[in-house]
Write a protein that binds this ligand. Sequence first.
Ligand code: NAD
Ligand code: MG
Length: 393
Amino acid sequence: MISILGSTGTIGVKTLSLLSNTDLKIFALTAHTNKKLLANQIIKYNPSYAVIKSKNDAEYLKQLCDKKKISTKILSGESGLTYVSSHKRVSHVLSAIVGAAALRPTFNAVKAGKKILLANKESLVMSGSLMIRTAKKTGAIIVPIDSEHNAILQIITAHGSTYNSKNNKYKDDIDHLYITASGGPFLNYSQSQLKRVTVSQAIKHPTWSMGKKISIDSATMMNKGLEVIEACILFNLKPSQINILIHPQSILHAMVHFCDGSIISHMSAHDMRIAINYALTWPERKSLKSNIKKLPLKELFFRKTKKNEFKCLDLCIKALKLGGSAPTILNAANEVAVENFLQNKIKFTDIPVIIDQALKNIKITKAQSIKSLLLCDEHTREYVKRYIDNKWK
Ligand code: NAD
Ligand code: MG
């Protein structure tokens, strides 16, 4: 059975449309505030449980289930998320909540030894090797859904590399790899043009259709930086082994350069259903209708990113190298900055300034436990909110 954390989001909705390709039954669906969509999903899929943040919304859903004689049990808050991510009847947990809010439920699923289909990159960025070490102990398997990491998994699986859970390595045959970035809507914008970009321009990604937060992260290239951290953790690589290529068509997602000079790449239409479908059925491959004929194969363009070109990307590499709680500070500062940009309180170009400020001023500690990382997350959010209030009042 599967619990889909964040079933009302872009990834959650796509996952629900693909479940018929598997034998998985739905244990739980969860949402933050979108009670209307969650209600429709309960009526359509009849899960054993549904979880929503507030008690009021949970009450609304309970009454709806009573009225329609639906057996779904309704839970609320963090305890509800913990329950459905670690329940013994659950074999798979799809982690598609956006941001740091996914950390605790995702980690609970890892502790309970589940197969985690991981769309949420922030939880891995925050917990780093702690998540991987725990998975090693409990036998949890982490299957990435992020398209570039899913592409790397596809390349490695097709190539025959086997995962060794004792040392968290896929054989010793990767020399280095490439992940691609579309560059977002503002590729080639000057600093003065960037200062003037609006929220509606920033959330309009040129190739992918995604939630607001990841769309802004793609526009700042923070998303690619988070993905470098994600790739280092998932595939046990050093930052120097990961290269980023600007590739505006978003057709080639990753290339792995093996130790014998062979380079294997993965291409597909920019359709997250392909990565989700593969994660759901991995290590098997099940058919899915895709618009492969429309690929603009004559026009594929690639270039390496330049030094100092993308501030958010550089800050991610800095945090990765600093280690400990630095990626948690980076992530929390970014989440607060993005929220403020979405509310038109700061400019697009203020986002990296705020993250840099947090990384310079908040004490970096060891990433010892999820509890300490969540405290660091909370502390950073308070710091950044104060900083923004003082600077932009
Ligand atoms: P989204 O904003 O469309 O959906 C987010 C989901 O999380 C919703 O179901 C929402 O109800 C839930 N949620 C939000 N805040 C929550 C909270 N505080 N507590 C509990 N639930 C909460 O986001 P998305 O685009 O589907 O992205 C989800 C995750 O997947 C992100 O981490 C993103 O980086 C990652 N991802 C998304 C894509 C994509 O194409 N959308 C691609 C790669 C990775
Ligand atoms: Mg990605």
